[in-house]
Design a protein around this ligand. Sequence first.
Ligand SMILES: Nc1ncnc2c1ncn2[C@@H]1O[C@H](COP(=O)(O)OP(=O)(O)OP(=O)(O)O)[C@@H](O)[C@H]1O
Ligand SMILES: [Mg+2]
Length: 345
Amino acid sequence: MTVSLEQLRRCHVAVDLGAARTRVYVKGLGLVVDEPSVAAVNTRTGSLIAVGALAEQMTGRTPDYIRVARPVTGGTVIDIEMAQRMLRHLLGEKLRRQLRRKPRLRAAACTPHDSDPLAQRAAVETLVGLGARRVELVDTLIAAAVGCGLPVEQPTASMIMVCGAATTQIAVLSLGSIVTAVRIPIGGDAIDHAVIQHLRQHHALMLPSQSVRPLQLALSGSGLTSHGPATTEIHGRDVATGLARSVQVDTDAVRQAIHAPLTAVLDGLGAILRDCPPDLVADLVDCGIMMVGGSALLPGLDQMLRDATGMPVHIAERPDVCAVLGLGAMLDGKIEPMVLDPLAC
Ligand SMILES: Nc1ncnc2c1ncn2[C@@H]1O[C@H](COP(=O)(O)OP(=O)(O)OP(=O)(O)O)[C@@H](O)[C@H]1O
Ligand SMILES: [Mg+2]
């Protein structure tokens, strides 16, 4: 997956198809789409009823004949046709017409680090079906590092942690390349799942699908840190009776539940630091870890990493859109490549 900046400059559109959100950047226009990767389909007629935020609102609230689909899972397109239909609608007629006018439409897409050829092919096919003649794939870690302004091209180490919905990816970069990286199948979804499981097991309560985020927010501004209210009231359905019920949940216990999946992330971080050459680790002690991705906003996660590593931890300015903005910067030619040609003697 080596693609040159020159090839990326020729692209017209950049796409980040995430498990939670889909983002599209169009050259000259900027970020034009940032919507949930969700589509609602009428199963009787096969027609699309809603996409994006509206379709997400329908989750768990639909009658029999409406199916809410998520065509991207774990950072991989699993339903190419649905992903194409969703993207078509998210782009809208006006933008699609504008893109159709390009004689040879070129697209760039970010794919998770170490994604297998099948996943890469699915991303390419999705965009080819939308009219792209050529698709360049860029590692999400590189795109996100560029997007949050890390000095990727310099001969110093930078560490990035992309905290997505399905995965957490961590890398050390130097001289425009990945020195060492890891992809851990734990992200915001796993944290939500941990909260759901906790309430089911300890309070026999089933949560409405949309209320996990409010629960996490109820734990904040403290989040994973222990300031804030000792209990919080949660409404849900009793597992046994099926009736509506409210319970007072001990926020400290929820915090413990959230900690469990994050252990895998800390292990991954430790493994990366162990694999990294000592000179680069010395650089990292100064510049620290840059967190991007939607889950980087989980309150207290940065402090937890600080405590675990003893290194400075920063959250990017717009962590959720860093990857697509990084791709956009490469499309717009804002990134100058560092030329490493052989020296003439
Ligand atoms: N304020 C917040 N606090 C905690 N978590 C948040 C917040 N905002 C978003 N998230 C979580 O961030 C995740 C979405 O992040 P992001 O948009 O980076 O995912 P994605 O790019 O679609 O996923 P992936 O890269 O894994 O395919 C969701 O799991 C969401 O729950
Ligand atoms: Mg992502």
